[in-house]
Design a protein around this ligand. Structure first.
Ligand SMILES: Cc1cc2nc3c(=O)[nH]c(=O)nc-3n(C[C@H](O)[C@H](O)[C@H](O)COP(=O)(O)OP(=O)(O)OC[C@H]3O[C@@H](n4cnc5c(N)ncnc54)[C@H](O)[C@@H]3O)c2cc1C
Length: 409
């Protein structure tokens, strides 16, 4: 069909989405997020969506988007609700890296990458955290040093989700250690298959290997790999991190699917099938999951509407991230309580036990990813409640002179 127009009626659009899902139902309900099969499922789904003029609904048409409105996006989300959309491996690229390139990238970077990301042809990861720099990511030590027009990168990243299946990453590196830590960083596009990049998967408590250590040994990057301005990487990183919190908290990436979606319905289903509804305490706990989920849904809707109207996500992304983490943990605890002893020791055919045990084991990591609860509360305190800023004694000290992170430690 022809490129859609923002004038397309919502009813007509809904019918188009419904038909598309009915015709592509075999592409939905893909495998878990960490295996290569899951990446292939995500790529196939996203390519079909792109080819059906349904990817990047509110993105500009010049970068492969549809140039449609927030109302179209919300209609799409509702129509997609009954399906499991297997786009998780694309979440970092579409929800965080792409918005950063849209806002800070050069026209060449946008032309080269955005449509390919949107079609699932390029999978991206985010290379910020290091062994000594997570919450305090501005204290990172990976160095990028000029070599003529190029840059040479040395250092180590950690917890890089999806690095093992990514084509490109957004790398944050120190380019000037003689200025305070936030002022000497630069963001780069890095080809994950470039010589000198070594990726080592890390095993998690869930049994999966979703994230990695990434080592850079004399990796050469061309001058046009810089995103935004040299030594202004912090501003670009803030764009990525804001979008990350929105993506995690409100499901704003890719299709805008709710990450916390359906916990109450799934728990109520377990309670009905396996007994539990007769217990007034469990009923009350189920009700509190319902309330938390509903509140998060409403908050997420508001955030998505803001994002789709072109407003930069603010601290409400942090609120959603915090609320989403609390809901996930709470729901998993209720799930395990519903299952009783069978939740601790289960047989391989017990899908309920598998789901809720994985949810409980995954909850702490998901709460940390994208900013810990304590950091979210700091942001809430400072930017929503107007409390005094956290003391930052290192803010004006040249990075080279810092005891932690700066090389003197
Ligand atoms: C599942 C998962 C996926 C991830 N994916 C990525 C990724 O793709 N790319 C990437 O770059 N990173 C990724 N990360 C890393 C993540 O961003 C960091 O783990 C996170 O920012 C916390 O940093 P840290 O682990 O170094 O902990 P630290 O910062 O060392 O924190 C340790 C403890 O101290 C507390 N703390 C620290 N500073 C303060 C403060 N100022 N006030 C109050 N308390 C404080 C923290 O809340 C925490 O409890 C991922 C992490 C997880 C768990």
């Amino acid at each position: 069909m022809a490129q859609p127009s923002a004038d397309e009626s919502i009813d007509g659009f809904r019918a188009r989405v419904r038909t598309w899902f009915a015709e592509h139902v075999e592409l939905t309900g893909g495998a878990g997020a960490e295996s290569f099969d899951a990446v292939e499922s995500a790529r196939r789904f996203q390519a079909a969506l792109f080819d059906g003029h349904l990817a990047g609904l509110t993105w500009p048409a010049e970068y492969g988007g549809q140039g449609l409105t927030t109302a179209h996006q919300l209609a799409f989300n509702e129509e997609a609700e009954p399906y499991v959309v297997p786009t998780m491996p694309l979440l970092i690229g579409l929800g965080m890296c792409a918005p950063t390139l849209l806002e800070k990238g050069t026209p060449e970077q946008r032309d080269r990458h955005l449509a390919r990301m949107l079609r699932g042809d390029e999978v991206w990861c985010q290379l910020f955290s290091e062994p000594g720099a997570g919450s305090d990511v501005a204290g990172l030590r990976t160095r990028a040093v000029r070599d003529g027009e190029d840059w040479v990168v040395n250092g180590q990243k950690v917890w890089t989700s999806g690095a093992h299946y990514s084509d490109f990453g957004l790398l944050l590196a120190r380019t000037n250690p003689d200025v305070p830590k936030h002022l000497g960083l630069t963001m780069f596009v890095v080809d994950m298959r470039a010589p000198g990049v070594t990726i080592r998967p890390l095993r998690q408590i869930t049994g999966g290997s979703g994230f990695n250590e990434v080592f850079f040994d004399d990796v050469h990057l061309p001058g046009d790999a810089v995103v935004g301005d040299v030594d202004r990487g912090w501003q670009a990183a803030v764009t990525t991190l804001m979008n990350e919190r929105v993506s995690i908290g409100a499901g704003g990436g890719g299709l805008g699917r709710r990450l916390g979606g359906g916990e109450f319905a799934a728990l109520a289903d377990v309670a009905r099938r396996r007994g539990g509804l007769a217990d007034p305490v469990l009923r009350q706990r189920l009700a509190s999951v319902f309330v938390e989920e509903r509140l998060l849904e409403l908050l997420s809707q508001r955030i998505r509407a803001d994002v789709q109207a072109g407003r930069t996500p603010g601290p409400q992304g942090s609120v959603a991230k915090l609320a989403g983490a609390q809901l996930a943990r709470h729901a998993a605890e209720v799930g395990l309580d519903l299952l009783g002893a069978g939740g601790a020791a289960w047989t391989p055919d017990d899908a309920d036990a598998e789901r809720w045990t994985q949810a409980l084991l995954g909850a702490p990591g998901n709460a940390i990813a994208g900013g810990t609860p304590e950091i979210m509360k700091n942001i809430l305190g400072e930017r929503v409640l107007g409390l005094p800023r956290e003391p930052a004694v290192d803010r004006d000290v040249p990075f080279r002179e810092l005891r932690v992170g700066g090389g003197r430690s």
